[in-house]
Design a protein. Structure first.
Length: 318
């Protein structure tokens, strides 16, 4: 009888524990659901607020721009536009302005101010064969120069591959002579230089690729890639001298084409396991594959108004 009562007691305790556990689990689940729902609603409210603010700002910019143009397109020149965008950039908060011409080629106006705290950053620790890409006016601006040199010095010390894209815009062509020493210093650091014919027109007033390579690049960096819009991609190294045709395509927008060409080249360097020690000895076969990656990435982005390759393209390209 005593043993029977003992097992009854154990059974009752187990039932109580089970019911309590179920009740507690249900309570916890409801609590988590309520808290998660509250957090999601808060996040949604913040996103909605930011999206509404962004939409309102962009709409006001478009209306303001339309009002400005209504004064007469015939009287506008580049200086007028520059003054207009410069005066309103703080009010609207933009940093770049893009224009597409009749051929869907992009023209740019950049406005950048650098808060001091933006320069107070720690660069990631580099290792040999990492790829460091620098370029545009960011790599020339005296305000940023100290931080850029900090990065370049670390990359050189660790034998990381330094990829330099001058990306020299027309807005700085009047500063080309003043910036020449800094450009040369960047070329000295570089292991690969990739620029467009337009860059070298504004930098050196030169359009002959072989002359650009011989007179301006080769002494500092033997690996040179020059893009000529929809015409060709030129490769010049100590071992390879080759022009690659660009297949015709119906471009929707060329915004981001150069950046994605760079991304494709870097992808090619990684895919074909190019190391720092290999750069001066890369053969034509490997360069062909790397250049093709750059061409594919650039062609993909020109087919849409997006500034980057699509997820579908990336998945298929692996």
């Amino acid at each position: 009888m005593l043993r029977k009562n003992y097992w009854h007691f154990i059974l009752i305790c187990m039932l109580i524990a089970l019911i309590s556990g179920i009740g507690y689990a249900s309570f916890i689940s409801n609590k988590i659901y309520e808290e998660s729902s509250t957090h999601l609603r808060e996040i949604y409210a913040e996103v909605q607020k930011e999206f509404a603010s962004l939409t309102n700002t962009n709409w006001n910019m478009l209306m303001d721009w339309d009002e400005y143009l209504s004064y007469g397109l015939d009287d506008l020149d580049e200086n007028d536009l520059d003054k207009y965008f410069q005066s309103d950039k703080d009010r609207w908060g933009y940093s770049e302005v893009y224009f597409l011409n009749e051929q869907s080629d992009a023209e740019y106006i950049f406005y950048k101010d650098y808060p001091k705290q933006r320069l107070d950053v720690l660069f990631p620790k580099l290792e040999e064969d990492d790829i460091v890409m620098v370029g545009s006016y960011y790599a020339l601006n005296p305000v940023l120069r100290e931080k850029v040199l900090e990065l370049l010095d670390q990359a050189r010390e660790k034998k990381a591959i330094i990829y330099y894209d001058p990306n020299f815009r027309s807005s700085h062509k009047n500063e080309a002579m003043k910036l020449a020493p800094t450009i040369i210093e960047n070329l000295e650091y570089a292991d690969i230089v990739r620029g467009s014919l337009e860059d070298f027109l504004y930098m050196y007033n030169m359009q002959d690729i072989d002359k650009i390579y011989k007179d301006k690049i080769k002494f500092y960096c033997p690996q040179f890639i020059c893009t000529a819009g929809g015409q060709k991609v030129a490769l010049r190294t100590n071992l390879v001298n080759k022009d690659y045709p660009v297949e015709p395509l119906q471009a929707v927008s060329t915004i981001g084409a150069g950046d994605n060409f760079n991304a494709g080249l870097i992808y090619g360097l990684l895919k074909y396991d190019v190391r720092y020690r290999d750069l001066n000895n890369l053969n034509e076969e490997i360069w062909d594959k790397i250049i093709q990656c750059g061409k594919d990435f650039a062609a993909e982005v020109c087919g849409s108004f997006s500034n980057s390759v699509s997820v579908e393209f990336a998945k298929k390209y692996k």
